[in-house]
Design a protein. Structure first.
Length: 334
């Protein structure tokens, strides 16, 4: 990671460069699509930024000095040839190149092009497919198409071993062991997914004993809960309310919280390990059942303190059974 915002005489690389428009899909959108079909497929575009070559006229703007830890030595001056992490324009350039490549090869690799357009967030690919056969073909197309771009998709994970059997061993996620029928718990854009059980999990630990209960620290700790679909909304909204109270008290960022506030936060943090008991099915429907109809049901409610909305997916099957699963929820404070 390089600091493209480091200023010199009031300017930095990032203040002078154009960031470009946002091209990647919304995180919530990617996750909802990931939950739609039975066969999940997760892959990682290897060293995405480093596959992009800087134009010769841009390389002098990407200089760096090197002394090899010898301060007596005159610094050597180098120029980057590839894009670097830290430039504000890199996400746009990488995403534009990847999407353009998919458009060029859309007729040859239609499944791969659709995965890039609909199921890609930066270097993470997360399509869900309605059959093992289509998942295998999608994975093959993505590999061939990315290789044509001088890139490579690797660290493949799926909830079906039949899909992974078609993946070269060196391209599977390191934790995958098909001989032992072992599938890993992996991070999908920051959310833990257990491929074996095909469910989302949550692992959080309370603060250490010497934790200082200041507004800055409790906010920082609370922000570690990554919950884009709102599975933990009933729990997280309490922290939002506690945080609102600290603002109403006009406390500074590094002031120690009053005893009453501190006890509330301690109690809330003590419940973090209990989140391990929360397990959310990844797919919105059941395996091996013919779906007759699907409907969405939205509920909303409000109080003097907060308001919320939750959306459920209801699947009715040909055998007459019904499942209802939470798609997503949102909360806001009054």
């Amino acid at each position: 990671m390089f600091d493209g915002s480091a200023p010199f005489e009031g300017k930095s690389l990032n203040t002078e460069a154009l960031t470009g428009p946002k091209l990647q899909s919304d995180v919530l959108d990617i996750f909802v699509k990931f939950r739609k079909e039975l066969v999940a497929l997760v892959g990682d575009i290897s060293q995405m930024y480093h596959q992009l070559v800087l134009r010769p006229e841009d390389r002098p703007l990407h200089r760096f000095l090197w002394q090899d830890m010898d301060l007596r030595k005159e610094p050597e001056v180098y120029e980057f040839l590839q894009f670097v992490f830290g430039g504000c324009y890199c996400p746009f350039c990488a995403q534009f190149t990847w999407q353009k490549h998919a458009q060029i090869h859309q007729e040859t690799y239609p499944l791969a092009a659709n995965a890039v357009e609909q199921h890609c967030y930066m270097d993470d690919l997360m399509p869900s497919l309605d059959s093992v056969k289509k998942a295998i073909e999608t994975r093959r197309q993505l590999t061939e198409m990315s290789d044509k771009a001088g890139s490579h998709v690797r660290k493949w994970v799926s909830n079906f071993t039949e899909v992974l059997s078609d993946v070269p061993k060196e391209d599977r996620a390191a934790e995958v062991d098909l001989e032992k029928n072992k599938l890993p718990v992996t991070k999908t854009m920051g959310l833990s997914w257990n491929a074996r059980g095909d469910e989302f999990l949550f692992y959080y630990s309370p603060p250490a004993e010497d934790f200082q209960y200041t507004k800055r620290n409790v906010l920082k700790k609370t922000a570690t809960l990554f919950d884009p679909l709102g599975f933990l909304s009933p729990f997280v909204v309490k922290a939002k309310l506690f945080m609102q109270r600290t603002w109403l008290q006009a406390l500074e960022w590094d002031d120690v919280l009053p005893p009453g506030h501190k006890e509330q936060w301690k109690s809330w943090f003590s419940e973090l390990p209990l989140l391990e008991e929360v397990k959310i099915p990844r797919c919105l429907k059941d395996r091996n059942r013919e779906v007759r109809s699907v409907s969405l049901h939205t509920f909303s409610d409000a109080s003097e303190k907060a308001y919320s909305a939750a959306v459920y997916s209801r699947h009715e099957y040909e055998d007459g059974t019904i499942t209802a699963r939470l798609v997503a929820s949102k909360t806001r404070l009054a």
